[in-house]
Design a protein around this ligand. Structure first.
Ligand code: UD1
Ligand code: CA
Length: 449
């Protein structure tokens, strides 16, 4: 059956105390909005509609960054969740199958939970995601009778007896798309907040003789972000889950609590991740690769059998082929390192292509930026770059080329050539002793006088 997603992301998020729209604050290096979209995308939706309002342009851009086919609709005034869903109606006029309403500020809902809601649609016309909590606070309360959901009561409208209920509304709702819009069209705003409550569709559905039910999930999944403290809590929740998943998938984490994943981090089975490793967005680590402690990686690909760190930084566009070795205090950016390349210590390799089995000595720097433009360094196969070589790009070194330590390479080096580009050494016999004696004499004379 077809599924459509409606993601509500028009709210301001006043309590974040921020210039940035709430759904653009990040958890696991990705905007909150992307988390909601990712959960929904696992269901392979036919269409995703994001309802935007505050910071509409920025939020719309973020939505399309995640999914270029995402549709965006602007809710000019935030008149409530029911009103927000109604904005999506024209875009889903032809949608068949179910629609799932998600909130852009609720990042930890699992795809499996959404699937359970779709499954529960066999029994109920409207399915609401609920959770039990010891701190029901201002959540909407689920009024149930046996298996049936009778109504959702918003906190402001609830009696004391209803407020004592600890089964709450997560906000996620699933129904046939056309049924949803028919119900939403009937929502009024005669309530304590004067808002159009999406939650009213439960009672409206029942009045039409439709069945309404609840799927219950863990409270941790339904955590919404309204404050910076909750943002930090969501980060912790995400990391906790990502670490457990990595371990489950056969990844070794020496100290799981010190490793931080991004929403889109991919790590293959039998990879080994040391302590204090941080993954930014866009990282793929293949099976059997090892990332030693204290590394920072983003936008990079590390192939099978490669090893990185400790204390290495891989920046966007770093592509490490099989059995590449990147050692301590090395930074790699926008560079392709072919099979078996070694960069052991203290080097910066940026905007470079390095051929297989080339060895790059300690302290090598690709001087890739002239202050205005970036330039590429190309190094062939089985080359040997002496320690402390400056490769002033654009520059090309052929297969098997060798550079003398301390060289500043400004011209291309042909294959199999040795390039020496440094001042010639001169030895002056006895001059060291004479110089020292002279300096000592000057110091002694100064101390006397
Ligand atoms: C809502 C639910 C409540 C539930 C809670 C869970 C309603 C009426 N209440 O309350 O039962 O327990 O979520 O967190 O649905 N939004 C818009 N346009 C609007 C209003 C809201 O896009 O006009 C978006 C917000 O950006 C947010 C989401 O909808 O992403 C929820 O809105 P919010 O105002 O936080 O709802 P709650 O009062 O928390
Ligand atoms: Ca809320």
């Amino acid at each position: 059956m077809q599924v459509s997603l409606i993601i509500l992301a028009a709210g301001q998020g006043t309590r974040m105390n921020s210039d940035l729209p709430k759904v653009l604050h990040k958890v696991a290096a990705a905007p909150l909005l992307h988390h909601a979209m990712a959960a929904g995308h696992a269901l392979e939706p036919a269409l995703t509609v994001v309802v935007v309002g505050h910071g509409a342009e920025e939020v719309a851009r973020a939505a399309r960054d995640y999914d270029e086919d995402a549709q965006v609709v602007v809710q000019e005034q935030q008149l409530g969740t029911g009103h927000a869903v109604a904005q999506a109606a024209p875009m889903l006029a032809d949608a068949s199958g179910d629609a799932i309403v998600l909130y852009g500020d609720t990042p930890l809902i699992r795809p499996e939970t959404l699937q359970a809601m779709l499954d529960a649609r066999d029994k109920h016309a409207v399915v609401v995601l609920g959770f039990h909590t010891l701190e029901p606070g201002r959540y909407g309360r689920l009024l149930t009778q046996g298996e049936d959901l009778l109504a959702i009561r918003e906190f402001n409208d609830a009696t004391d007896k209803e407020r004592a209920i600890t089964l709450c509304n997560s906000g996620v709702i699933c129904a046939n798309a056309q049924t949803l819009f028919e119900l939403v069209a009937q929502i009024g705003n005669a309530n304590a907040s004067g808002e159009y409550y999406l939650t009213d569709i439960v009672e409206l559905a029942r009045a039409q003789g439709l069945s309404t039910g609840v799927v219950i999930c863990d409270e941790a999944e339904t955590m919404g972000v309204n404050t910076r403290a909750q943002l930090a809590g969501a980060e912790a929740g995400f990391q906790c889950r990502a670490r457990a998943e990595a371990l489950e998938n056969g990844v070794t984490l020496t100290a799981p609590e010190t490793v931080f994943f991004a929403l889109d981090t991919h790590i293959g089975r039998d990879a080994i991740i040391g302590p204090n490793v941080i993954f930014g967005p866009g990282v793929t680590i293949e099976s059997g690769a090892e990332i030693k402690g204290f590394c920072h990686l983003e936008g990079c690909h590390v192939s099978r059998g490669a090893d990185v760190g400790p204390f290495a930084r891989l920046r966007p566009g770093a592509e490490l082929a099989e059995f590449v070795h990147v050692g301590n205090f090395v930074e790699i950016k926008n560079s392709i390192l072919d099979e078996g390349v070694k960069v052991g210590h203290l080097s910066y390799i940026g905007d470079a292509d390095v051929g297989e089995h080339t060895n790059i000595g300690a302290g090598t720097v690709t001087c890739n930026y002239d202050g205005v433009m970036k330039h590429r360094t190309r190094i062939g196969k089985r080359a040997f770059i002496g320690s402390d070589t400056m490769l002033v790009a654009p520059v090309t070194l052929g297969d098997g080329a060798l550079t003398a330590s301390g060289s500043v390479i400004t011209e291309d080096v042909p294959a199999a050539a040795l390039a020496i580009a440094r001042a010639k050494q001169i030895n002056k016999p006895g001059l060291a002793t004479r110089l020292m004696d002279k300096l000592k004499a000057i110091k002694a004379a100064k101390q006397k006088g």
